[in-house]
Ligand binder design. Structure first.
Ligand code: GLT
Ligand code: MN
Ligand code: MN
Length: 388
């Protein structure tokens, strides 16, 4: 019997900002007391997580003195050592401080753009110090409320120049580090540049070191844009660009909810887990979500355990789907190929094109058979609901 216990090989990670979220929202203040980074590591150790990720200022407050920074790092390091947790990813907070109210790398103020670069270099150093191999860029404030304020082309150029700068910095410092760009369509800005994973994938190819840069797609962010998250992930994977992933959930058309993984669209979560497991994605499964505002820290643990448990349940369901004889027979039938079209498919040759133009197709007959997708989908539902 599968007990759905998280193990290190599952690579389940959480950000300090996720289990550390105190439930503040635009209409209400904090409902949970503050915990130190070290305390959050112990909490994550207790629920069985593998790793913990952080923004520079989740670990060290923006105005901490060097002595304060050292003592926080010492306690954090001790907590990591005693729980066995690792730090696979780090990132920069370029959105909370008022200095970033008009963005960081895309700000119209060159002083802000330069300060954002300084802060990011220091934050990269901090991440590397704790062993991070992936560095995320989420440009939450890189956008506008009014397009009269900023050139959309200039914003892309400024972002490119900044990313090129950090690639050179990492190469200079001989860091073993990859960058992962995270898209979001809006919130906290009215509109954010490079709003989807697809935009990011296109943007990466324009960089000086595209091989160092991939994506960090987030379920909620693609759902906010009304997109099929798994399709975006699949495209990133196929391009060799799936460097990291942010798992959570989200009702489309609503504010940024960051719900417990799989709690709203179980079927979409199933196809996602099935995809990641089928292709043997071997990066972190990072839960970028937070507990309901109704919860205390026991509820936060329930939330964290729930994210991992749902992932493991869906992983088991994916294996069941793959092993189901009726499902597999249907898939074989759906994908049947007698080889008759092989001379016309594949790569272009002038001969092939000429032969294909001559071939007579019985279009009406070809269109006749149903595809049996209704049956296949219901089998999927039966598997997912435990009916099968
Ligand atoms: C912030 C955001 C997330 C990003 C984090 C990384 S911070 O919580 O909502 O989606 O992944 O900067
Ligand atoms: Mn995220
Ligand atoms: Mn989010």
């Amino acid at each position: 019997m599968n007990t759905y216990n998280p193990k290190p090989e599952h690579q389940f990670t959480f950000g300090l900002w996720t289990v550390g979220s105190r439930g503040r929202d635009p209409f209400g203040s904090e409902v949970r007391e503050s915990k130190t980074p070290a305390e959050l590591v112990y909490l994550l150790g207790e629920v069985g997580a593998y790793g913990v990720n952080f923004h520079d200022n989740d670990l060290i407050p923006i105005d901490a003195t060097p002595a304060e920074a050292e003592s926080i790092k010492k306690a954090f390091r001790q907590a990591l050592a005693s729980t066995g947790l690792v730090v696979p990813m780090a990132t920069t907070n370029l959105f909370s401080d008022p200095v970033f109210k008009d963005g960081a790398f895309t700000s119209n103020d060159p002083k802000v753009r330069a300060y954002a670069r300084q802060k990011t270099m220091k934050s990269i150093d901090l991440g590397v110090e704790f062993g991070a191999k992936v560095y995320v860029f989420w440009g939450g404030r890189e956008g506008v409320e009014t397009d009269s304020s900023k050139s959309a082309v200039e914003a892309i150029k400024r972002t490119r120049e900044a990313l090129n700068f950090f690639c050179e910095y990492a190469l200079d410092r001989k860091y073993d580090l990859k960058f992962a760009l995270e898209a979001k369509p809006n919130e906290p800005r009215g509109d954010i540049y490079n709003p989807t994973t697809g935009h990011m994938l296109a943007f990466i190819e324009t960089l000086d070191h595209p091989e160092m840069v991939g994506v960090n797609p987030e379920v909620a962010h693609e759902h906010m844009a009304g997109l099929n998250f798994m399709h975006g992930v699949a495209q990133a994977w196929e391009a060799g660009k799936l460097f990291h992933i942010d798992l959570n959930d989200q009702y489309p058309g609503r504010y940024d909810q960051d719900l417990r993984f799989g709690s709203r669209d179980l079927k979409a979560a199933f196809y996602l887990v099935k995809f990641l497991e089928d292709v043997k994605y071997n990066g972190s499964r990072h839960f970028d979500a937070h507990a309901y505002r109704t919860e205390d820290y026991e509820g936060v643990k329930d939330f964290a355990r729930g994210c991992m448990r749902t992932y493991l349940i869906l992983k088991e369901k994916a294996a069941q789907f793959n092993a189901d004889a009726e499902v597999q027979a249907l898939l074989a039938e759906i994908n049947a190929d007698d080889g008759a079209m092989a001379p016309f498919l594949g790569k272009y040759t002038p001969e092939k094109a000429a032969a294909l133009k001559e071939h007579a197709f019985d279009r009406v007959a070809i269109a006749q058979p149903g595809r049996k997708y209704e049956r296949l989908d219901q089998l999927t539902i039966d598997i997912l609901t435990g009916t099968r």
